[in-house]
Design a protein around this ligand. Structure first.
Ligand SMILES: Cc1cc2nc3c(=O)[nH]c(=O)nc-3n(C[C@H](O)[C@H](O)[C@H](O)COP(=O)(O)OP(=O)(O)OC[C@H]3O[C@@H](n4cnc5c(N)ncnc54)[C@H](O)[C@@H]3O)c2cc1C
Length: 375
């Protein structure tokens, strides 16, 4: 078998979106994943919510809004290539305020968010209850954002894998990359315990493990795991809420299968990807406070994922400093599902047409401290 043009390490939504973007333009691509592809990706709630976690305007919001706008055509494209049908779900998001300070923060954010072109509607307590009668008595205001909807991340992963296969991408699961074969400033192959894949260019898309992959090349990629515990309640008949509810301290995402996803914790726990009684307890309490009807709802399942978070909170997209043919796409933190379409597109521009991603995401911004001794 001839060497692929690109070898991508990591088969989460980011690695697969990069692979698909390249393969759609005729490149040959191999994706290697140490486990079942998508450690963080399969754990996500799937919200497509650029404004929920944006404190101020800037490069992140621009990228996130661009990605949100691309979602309908991204789904349409996947539907042509994948057997697994993916849908954008729900009637949108209600960001709720339950204290005076939260209401002030919601209004302050609305002042700049209203200029961005997304429909946003400020609701008082009575209007919130007219829309979602089951919310708790302490809800005093909300912003309704009908276009901030959600997808089912595990369906997205399957659809991406289908589409990649349809475009000839070789996706190999259960193969851990252990090192890189090099010649001068070039990587010539990607090493596993008992195999080596040669390739023209390597892309590190290893999620929370990207720093370790960088260390194999003597490069500092400042990415840390941020553990998120998350759970599903139900199924509930009828569903007590229709909108995604996003509040200080957590969120609830009602799914078409009548489960309600309640997320998520944020913990610096290294690579320990397990749930804890305290974490699950806090999510159950959050859910029951936000929607009292959920008190005592059956716990369907719980799980955990490791978000890849960069030192400045922004993704790393582009060439890796010091290497001619090594690139990185990681650091999507809490928003990798939302950012899937734009990441595939920016990386295809970078890798196939030498159009660099926006400077805010250039891995070289950490240049001062980017080189560290090889282990
Ligand atoms: C609880 C939770 C809720 C979330 N909710 C949302 C949400 O609502 N909306 C949103 O947009 N985002 C959400 N996110 C964030 C989103 O899930 C991540 O940003 C995104 O999945 C990151 O994708 P990734 O492909 O970079 O990483 P991953 O999905 O973790 O994929 C990286 C892959 O690299 C592989 N890998 C690592 N090292 C090696 C190696 N040495 N060899 C081979 N393979 C390797 C791993 O096995 C892994 O499968 C959430 C995350 C969590 C944890």
């Amino acid at each position: 078998m001839s060497a692929p043009d690109f070898v991508i390490v990591g088969g989460g939504v980011i690695g697969l979106s990069v692979a698909l973007g390249l393969a759609r333009e005729g490149a040959s691509v191999t994706v290697l994943d140490a486990g079942a592809p998508g450690q963080a990706s399969q754990a996500a709630a799937g919200m497509l919510a650029p404004l929920a976690e944006s404190g101020c305007p800037g490069p992140f919001v621009r990228m996130a809004l661009d990605s949100l706008r691309r979602w309908p055509s991204f789904v349409a494209g996947l539907r042509e290539e994948a057997e697994t049908p993916l849908d954008i779900l729900g009637p949108g998001m209600l960001r709720v305020a339950r204290t005076e300070a939260e209401e002030e923060a919601l209004c302050a954010a609305l002042d700049w968010q209203e200029t961005l072109g997304l429909p946003l509607h400020r609701l008082d307590a009575a209007e919130v209850r007219a829309l979602e009668p089951a919310v708790g008595p302490d809800v005093r205001a909300a912003v309704l954002s009908p276009l901030e909807r959600h997808v089912e991340p595990r369906v997205l992963l399957r659809a991406l894998a289908d589409a990649c296969r349809c475009r000839g991408v070789r996706v190999r699961a259960g193969v851990a990359v252990t090192g890189f074969a090099t010649a001068g400033a070039r990587v010539t192959g990607v090493e596993m315990a008992d195999d080596l894949v040669s390739g023209g260019q390597a892309v590190i898309a290893g999620g929370a493990w990207s720093a370790g992959l960088g260390r194999m090349l003597g490069v500092r990629l400042p990415i840390q795991p941020l553990r998120g515990q998350i759970l599903a309640l139900g199924p509930q008949t009828p569903l007590p809420v229709r909108h995604t509810l996003y509040a200080h301290g957590g969120y609830l995402v009602p799914r078409p299968d009548r489960r309600i996803i309640a997320g998520a914790t944020e913990e610096h726990a290294g690579f320990e990807a397990r749930t804890t009684d305290a974490g699950i307890g806090s999510l159950l309490k959050m859910a029951a406070t936000l929607v009292p009807d959920l008190a005592g709802a059956p716990l369907h399942s719980s799980w955990t994922g490791l978000r890849p978070v960069s030192a400045d909170g922004l993704p790393l997209l582009g060439r890796v400093t010091g290497w001619d043919n090594v690139h990185v796409a990681t650091g999507h933190g809490r928003n990798g599902i939302l950012l899937t379409p734009i990441t595939g597109s920016l990386m295809a521009d970078h890798l196939l047409r030498s159009i660099p991603p926006p400077p805010a995401f250039d891995p070289a911004r950490f240049l001062e401290s980017s080189l560290c001794p090889s282990p």
